[in-house]
Design a protein around this ligand. Structure first.
Ligand code: NAD
Ligand code: TYD
Length: 377
């Protein structure tokens, strides 16, 4: 029996990781530690909440005493740390909360793991602290190929499935950190703390930096679920700037599979970048989403293009993110399993079939927040 804490398990990516681990490893006890902020939603875990190897603990990762108590009570062997404030636009309005949760919260998890594990006779043996981070810590890449080209990669995923590359450079694990938003600055700081705990105390840590995820259960403040819901209700689609910014999109279950693989097989103290080889300009992805929603709702494909509304750009908006995940492919054999077209079809279908999940979030407080976000644009 292994006891594993997954923090942020009630959020978007965390809920997929919890589901995968609870179902795949009946001999592991999964302890989901989540504060249930606006982004945490236990409805994301309805299908596994009664499994015998799953426990939910409502706790704030910044509350060090409580986290110490959880480590003691459950005899914890491993941590997969996802809890964070995750939305760039919110970080621009409220950077303090991001520093508090992402930096101090991570430090609190690290210190609790250290104080607990270093007292054991076997010390770090069999222990692992795995920190989930973002590609945004690397800053922005240049758009040197504005029309997009097929890069000459040799790996299976990239040669067969790669979408377009909008520049010749990619984020590799050895790049210097150059975060621009308060969100990415707070994640960069937390990554440094994790590595410092390895270098200073010998804690067995791993860090991964992943590109933009999409799929079921994503909070509808992020581009894809927000736009699916707005198209359904024929509300305007706020496109920041010219819609030319590029993101590298990965289906969330592929990220969860990578986390499983790296947690078990990754080398201690290493960093792995995880991405989809799947760069899209925002405006192009938005058109795919509009066409897909229209078709699945029985509307004429493209009839909702007129909802596209260009609004003031996000402050400090990073131009392009593109991950080179060839290290992970080479060393551990991971690659994205879904073509983007399949992933987006599955995703749109899921949101349209789970309207109660969406309506539960978008009614009430969130609606007021969303309206205030766009009131001044
Ligand atoms: P999310 O916002 O959907 O979920 C975050 C979860 O953390 C929520 O359940 C929330 O309740 C919980 N949480 C927040 N503050 C907490 C606190 N103080 N104590 C305990 N729990 C707290 O986020 P997500 O998109 O699932 O991202 C998960 C992780 O993956 C984050 O660390 C994020 O930086 C990273 N990441 C996300 C993406 C992406 O595209 N979404 C890409 C790369 C990396
Ligand atoms: P988002 O989903 O917030 O992820 P991130 O900022 O972490 O990349 O945004 C994805 C892209 O979509 C980003 O370039 C900002 C843009 N965007 C819009 O144009 N309009 C929107 O309403 C949102 C939420 C995002």
């Amino acid at each position: 029996m292994k006891n594993i804490i997954i923090t942020g398990g009630a959020g978007f990516i965390g809920s997929h990781v919890v589901r995968l681990f609870v179902n795949k490893y009946p001999d592991y006890h999964i302890i989901n530690v989540d504060k249930l902020t606006y982004a945490g939603n236990l409805a994301n875990l309805k299908d596994i909440e009664n499994k015998p190897n799953y426990t939910f603990v409502k706790a704030d990762i910044c509350d060090f005493e409580t986290i110490m108590g959880i480590f003691k009570k459950y005899n914890v062997d491993g941590v997969i740390h996802l809890a964070a404030e995750s939305h760039v636009d919110r970080s621009i309005k409220d950077p303090f909360t991001f520093a508090q949760t992402n930096v101090m919260g991570t430090l609190s998890m690290l210190q609790a793991a250290k104080l607990t594990w270093e007292q054991l006779s076997e010390k770090w043996e069999g222990k692992r602290f795995y920190h989930i981070s973002t590609d945004e810590v690397y800053g922005a890449l240049e758009m040197t190929n504005p029309e997009g080209i097929k890069p000459p990669f040799t790996t299976k995923a990239s040669s067969g499935k790669h979408h377009l590359a909008y520049g010749s450079k990619f984020f590799t694990e050895d790049l210097k950190y150059m975060p621009h938003s308060p969100y990415s600055a707070s994640k960069a700081s937390s990554d440094h703390f994790v590595r410092a705990f390895h270098d200073t105390y010998g804690m067995p840590t791993i860090v991964t930096n992943c590109s933009n995820n999409y799929g079921p259960y994503q909070f509808p403040e992020k581009l894809i679920p927000l736009f699916i819901n707005n198209i359904r209700h024929r509300k305007p689609l706020p496109v920041y700037g010219k819609g030319e910014n590029v993101r590298d999109w990965l289906y969330v279950e592929d990220h969860a599979r990578a986390i499983d693989l790296i947690f078990h097989k990754g080398t201690i103290a290493e960093t792995y970048n995880i991405g989809g080889f799947n760069e899209w300009k925002n405006i192009d992805i938005i058109k795919v989403v509009i066409n897909t929603v229209d078709r699945l709702l029985g509307r004429k494909e493209g009839e909702d293009m007129n909802l596209i509304t260009y609004v003031t750009d996000r402050a400090g908006h990073d131009m392009r993110y593109a991950i080179d995940s060839s290290k992970l492919q080479r060393e551990l054999g991971w690659e994205p399993s879904l073509q983007f077209e399949e992933g987006i079809e599955k995703t749109v279908k899921w949101y349209l079939e789970n309207q109660a999940w969406m309506d539960n979030i978008t009614s009430g407080e969130y609606e007021k927040y969303y309206e205030s976000m766009y009131a001044n644009r």
